[in-house]
Design a protein around this ligand. Sequence first.
Ligand code: SF4
Length: 312
Amino acid sequence: MLPLKRGVSSCIKCHREAVTFIRYNGAHLCDEHFLQYVERRVKKELRQQIDLDEVKKLAVALSGGKDSSVALCILVEVLHHRPDLEIVAITVDEGIVGYRPKTIEKAVELTARLGVEHHLISFQDEVGKDMDQLARTKSDKGPCTYCGVLRRRCMNSLARKLGAEVLATGLNLDDTAQSILMNFTRGDVERLARLGPHIKVQPGLIPRIQPLRLVPENETYLYALLKGLPFSDDECPYADSALRNEYREIVNKLEDKHPGTKHSIVASYDSIRPLLMEAYPPAELGRCTCGEPTSNQKCMSCALLEEIKKMV
Ligand code: SF4
């Protein structure tokens, strides 16, 4: 999907100038109808993923990038009729010099604009190490392995402390399609079964929902631009080493040749997910000594941190 040159085509809904052409369904849309198109899908996803009538406090994981900023903005908009439901934003500061401070600045700006309470948590405060330190260890695991595990821990522990019943992330269609392919090709069927929004409430684990799960990344980008949202476009300096980049390229190439591929990957996954979940039901969780939920004696973040201690 590319923004069109002015005057190239008109919106299929109102015949105003289109701002975009959506290749996978052949629709030209103006700014207003494009925004509505994205919001409709988010509302539908929310209805499918969770019964919001039961929720009184919802936390949004806000990085300051476009996806989580769009997720927060739409959630505030679609839930404005629920004064009994409080939305709070959580930002994790991993401690990545030259990258994270700018995204935090944008997150602060957005939450101030939307009137949303904003909470910060850092790796340094939570586990006594920052990401730049962790990346320097001689581990064969890439920086993103540490980052992903510790970030999930930080988000879960802060959301729990704040009394949130649900945690929304900015995961989009591209992320989801890439994760599905990655786990398929690695043969990690158990992890494949655990992708997707949480459907079982487990003690100590705040269930995660993914409102943008069916919204392609280029649409969240356009949405953020049209809404004038403050967000940072910078890329993490450790992103180069991420295996995900290879899958991003593959999925984008397929989408380019065969529009609709990303949706098909996720739809295929969704149709086999019940079978996967039957084969690999969510494990019963206990508590790690750090207080976080775990299916083993030790949670993943404590196990990783111990591994690092031995290396230094
Ligand atoms: Fe963390 Fe890797 Fe993402 Fe950087 S690219 S923020 S290290 S997960």
